[in-house]
Design a protein around this ligand. Structure first.
Ligand code: AMP
Length: 299
């Protein structure tokens, strides 16, 4: 099985309290696609500019990511810049240059339209809807979003939420969207917007899944050093969707385990700038941390 992933394919300039790294490979789709590739085949949908370095295309290919849905467009690649505080759960966006994403129209190759698993990674909700319009009855669709889209494209986002099975967002975005800071109450309000499953991410404090079987609390893997958490949320949901696509059995039965695999995959992302650590990770490393996490949480 494979998973179709759409989102930003970006250049990220990242500042932490100790280091600064310009124009790394980033974007919601890049992080999610590499994370998902540990568990299943990945079909990527996105758009980059002519300035997108060839070595980054080679990196996608090294992870076996199918690039038939990646358009190279005249103009500049989406460029995002962010700065972290000493507490790395807090960051601020310094710059978002949409570049080619401003006019990008996703066009799915025919071979992509029957994919059962679809991850609508963080992107303008109109484009997430446009991808969904081209799909033939997918089995499981999950959408991610961000404060920017909640602020500037709410009607399109609300339209999207009626069409997806799962919605993933972080705690501050959940509060922004529902005007509710109690997570339980926010979850109830988010379900009312459409999705059967809602996942609220809480950075280094883990994440919460809410669905027909109730609540599941998923821990983050405890790390001694966090180099750069950019893309951890995308790696989490990419790992989760890749795991589901690669697993046998029902989605309901696999979802909690998929959360744990997503969480562990995201932990590797945090240990290097951009995708540096994730791309050096092996499936066996993930397996080992899953076992460690199991030992830490069973009682
Ligand atoms: P995360 O740390 O999981 O929130 O994801 C950060 C990634 O999202 C970076 O690699 C950025 O390139 C990408 N990104 C930042 N802003 C946006 C946006 N408005 N829409 C889509 N992707 C974005």
């Amino acid at each position: 099985m494979s998973v179709l992933i759409v989102g930003t394919t970006a250049l990220d300039s990242i500042k932490t309290p100790t280091r600064e790294n310009p124009r790394l490979l980033g974007g919601s789709a890049s992080h999610a696609a590499v994370a998902a590739s540990f568990f299943s085949r990945v079909k990527l949908v996105g758009g980059v500019g002519e300035d997108f370095p060839k070595k980054y295309l080679a990196l996608y290919r090294k992870h076996g990511i199918d690039l038939a849905g990646l358009q190279i467009l005249p103009g500049k690649t989406f460029h995002w810049s962010g700065e972290y505080e000493v507490n790395m759960n807090h960051r601020r966006t310094l710059l978002t240059e949409l570049g080619v994403i401003e006019t990008f129209q996703p066009k799915l190759p025919a071979a992509y339209r029957d994919e059962p698993f679809v991850l609508l990674g963080n992107l303008a909700p109109a484009l997430q809807n446009a991808v969904l319009d081209q799909m033939h009855k997918p089995r499981f669709v999950v959408a991610d979003s961000m404060d920017l889209w909640i602020n500037i494209a709410l009607p399109e986002l609300l339209r999207l939420l009626k069409r997806v099975d799962g919605f993933v967002l972080n705690d501050s975005e959940a509060e922004l969207l529902t005007r509710e800071n109690n997570v339980q109450v926010a979850l109830r309000k988010l379900h009312r917007l459409g999705p059967k499953y809602v996942i609220i991410k809480q950075g280094s404090h883990g994440s919460i899944l809410s669905g027909p079987r109730g609540i599941f609390l998923c821990p983050a893997f405890p790390l001694r050093t966090v180099e750069d958490p950019t893309g951890a949320g995308d790696s989490f949901v990419g790992g989760l969707m890749g795991y589901l696509a690669g697993a046998r059995g029902s989605i309901e039965a696999n979802l909690r385990r998929a959360m744990v695999y997503g969480s562990v995959t995201a932990s590797f992302c945090c240990e290097g700038f951009g995708l540096n650590a994730t791309t050096k990770t092996k499936r066996a490393d993930i397996q080992q941390r899953v076992k460690q996490l199991e030992k830490m949480t069973v009682f």
